[in-house]
Design a protein around this ligand. Structure first.
Ligand SMILES: Nc1ncnc2c1ncn2[C@@H]1O[C@H](COP(=O)(O)OP(=O)(O)OP(=O)(O)O)[C@@H](O)[C@H]1O
Ligand SMILES: [Mg+2]
Length: 602
């Protein structure tokens, strides 16, 4: 809703125009709905004439034939109206649902291919609410408000014409009174609507707070924060209640006012019109028809003013959705990408060539500077360096989540920008620093990148990741459900699943970002053995924090402050790189102490 966003939103109705594009495929349904709309409006308008005939011809003249005829006609009109209303309502709602479903799908399909940097500027939670609330708003508008507006515009003009046809003098009196009747109703109506929107917002806040507290229940209770939470919650609920009471008061007033005005209007018309009937200037049927049309005209004005604000809000919603739909990806793909099968012979499997990089959100901070290195096919390279050195950023660039500011990342000698994104990523198996899992079964998480994997391949990957044992111990094995983010698993279990998930896709290049940080020494040793088996088959880059892993690598790359500070074996670097030696002393000291202790104890 527009109140939920801090940016000013335009309420120009022209913003609704892009939504029309989504209507195009459903011209047929729109046509049916329009026909039904015109027919029902016509029939409704003709009911007034029907009333006139029944009263004047049938009742006044005492002719039962005419009464029967009129009533038959009336019955026929009712059948037409019923069918017309069904058709109109069905198709209009159908189109509303279909269009909002299409927009949702289009927005999601566009967003999921956008460059990851986009979601640093645009909060996923905000986008989520756009996909749900904004499209729902559009659905109501297309599925009802537009049709209500059109129907009432037809009724308004039709009713007005028929008013004058029925009784010009009385019509002029009514027209003069309309502003006095409609203005207060519109005014109060708007206030009630605004209040009900505030009421929804305060209620949403109530929900948010409850959600946040309950999701973090262990933190709340650990800090003895329950009392504060209750007080805060009660405050919000009370605010919501007070807003609701205000709304109720206005609404009661509105209802009473409408009653008064309506009855007053009837009384006036009966009085003025009644005198005409008495003097013979008008027939009773005309008077009845007149009152009928007067209501129709007044009612349509009210209805139009009611939906007008809906249309405005929908215009804002459409603008925001179109903004999302038109957001360009910064990772431009070539129309006709190069293919890896045509790669030149004898090039390094993976290479960084004079790469400079700054995150788009912080263009002044040079995260990587003049980084050049190569990884041969089948080689295992360990990346070490202090926190914040840019190690994970290297992995981001290898998968082309970002493009380098300067220089190039090359796969078999081809710039990543010349390849298709899916080709690049199909080469790579990635185990992130924080192993994200999805809600679903362990099995669906494992086969995430390889949905067609055989059971044997799954079991192999589990064994390599040293995960078979704990999976077997779960009562439902691979069919165990995990929550969003892997709720229900320990940190180390999640890591092992993430490793198995990456291995299952049989990547050419394996990227491990501190993939074993949460594991005990024994599990880590197992995985080290597995990685050893993979050596030579896949190229492996591992961001490592343990000496044992570093020693296993063919080569070590030292990264600090975004620069490659040295490379070589552990012993070479100990001798040549002061930085590495210092880093190794601190980082690996406790580990070596443990090993030493184990030896002395053993
Ligand atoms: N999305 C981002 N936007 C802006 N700056 C970022 C972003 N991600 C990381 N950085 C910054 O880039 C630098 C390098 O981060 P990176 O994650 O590559 O470090 P790292 O070497 O992996 O560190 P660690 O060992 O702690 O994981 C850091 O200074 C970090 O603050
Ligand atoms: Mg990192």
């Amino acid at each position: 809703m527009d109140d939920g966003h801090n940016r000013p939103v335009s309420r120009e109705l022209t913003n609704l125009r892009p939504a029309l594009k989504f209507l195009l495929p459903y011209r047929r349904q729109v046509l049916w709905a329009s026909i039904a709309l015109v027919v029902t409006a016509g029939v409704t308008l003709s009911i007034g004439q029907g009333m006139r005939i029944v009263i004047d011809e049938g009742l006044s003249n005492g002719s039962s034939d005419i009464l029967v005829q009129s009533i038959s006609l009336f019955a026929l009109l009712m059948v037409v109206l019923t069918i017309g209303t069904f058709v109109r309502f069905y198709f209009v709602s159908w189109v509303g649902e279909r269009v909002s479903a299409d927009i949702r799908q289009a927005v999601f399909a566009h967003l999921i291919r956008l460059h990851p940097g986009f979601f640093e500027d645009n909060q996923p939670t905000e986008i989520q609410s756009r996909i749900t609330t904004d499209t729902t708003l559009l659905q109501t508008v297309i599925g009802s408000s537009v049709s209500i507006a059109l129907r009432n515009i037809l009724m308004f003009f039709g009713g007005l014409v028929l008013l004058f046809v029925t009784n010009p003098k009385l019509s002029l009196i009514v027209i003069a009174c309309v502003p006095f009747v409609v203005a207060p109703v519109v005014l109060f109506g708007r206030r009630v609507r605004n209040l009900s929107r505030t009421s929804q917002d305060t209620l949403a806040e109530v929900g948010n707070q409850a959600g946040e507290s309950l999701r973090n229940i262990k933190i709340v209770q650990s800090f003895n924060h329950e009392a504060q939470d209750i007080t805060g919650f009660e405050g919000r609920v009370d605010v919501a209640f007070r807003v609701a009471v205000k709304r109720i008061r206005q609404r009661s007033f509105l209802i009473a006012l409408v009653m008064l005005l309506v009855l007053g209007a009837i009384a006036t018309m009966l009085w003025v019109g009644g005198q005409d009937v008495l003097s013979g200037a008008t027939s009773p049927g005309e008077l009845a028809a007149f009152i009928f049309y007067a209501f129709m005209v007044a009612g349509s004005v009210g209805a139009i003013s009611e939906v007008y604000s809906d249309l405005q809000r929908a215009a804002g919603a459409t603008e925001r959705l179109v903004e999302l739909l038109n957001a360009p990806s910064e990772l431009v793909e070539r129309q006709v990408p190069e293919s890896l099968s045509g790669a030149p012979q004898g090039m390094a499997h993976l290479a960084f060539s004079k790469v400079n990089f700054a995150y788009p959100g912080r263009p002044d901070v040079h995260v990587l500077q003049d980084v050049s290195f190569q990884v041969a096919r089948g080689e295992m390279v360990a990346l070490v360096g202090p926190s914040g050195a840019g190690k994970s950023t290297l992995f981001d660039l290898m998968q082309r989540f970002y493009d380098p500011t300067n220089g190039a990342v090359l796969l078999e000698g081809i710039d990543l920008r010349e390849l298709s994104l899916s080709d690049v990523r199909a080469q790579i198996g990635f185990v992130p620093q924080d192993p994200a899992l999805f809600a679903g079964t362990l099995y669906s998480n494992l086969t995430y990148g390889a949905p067609d994997a055989t059971d044997q391949a799954v079991n192999e990957a589990l064994a390599l990741a040293h995960a078979s044992e704990f999976v077997e111990q779960l009562p439902e094995g691979l069919q165990t459900q995990v929550g969003e983010g892997g709720v229900g698993l320990s940190g180390g279990q999640k890591q092992r699943l993430a490793i198995a998930r990456a291995l299952l896709a049989k990547p050419e290049i394996l990227l491990l970002d501190e993939a074993t940080s949460a594991l005990d020494a024994q599990s880590e040793a197992h995985i080290r053995d597995s990685v050893h088996e993979l050596k030579g088959r896949s190229s492996i880059l591992v961001i490592a924090h343990r000496l044992s892993t570093v020693r296993q690598a063919d080569r070590i790359l030292v990264l600090a402050e975004g620069r490659v500070q040295g490379q070589g074996s552990h012993d070479q670097l100990m001798a040549t790189s002061e930085l590495y030696a210092r880093f190794a002393r601190i980082q690996f000291a406790s580990e070596e102490a443990r090993v030493l202790q184990a030896r002395t104890v053993g």
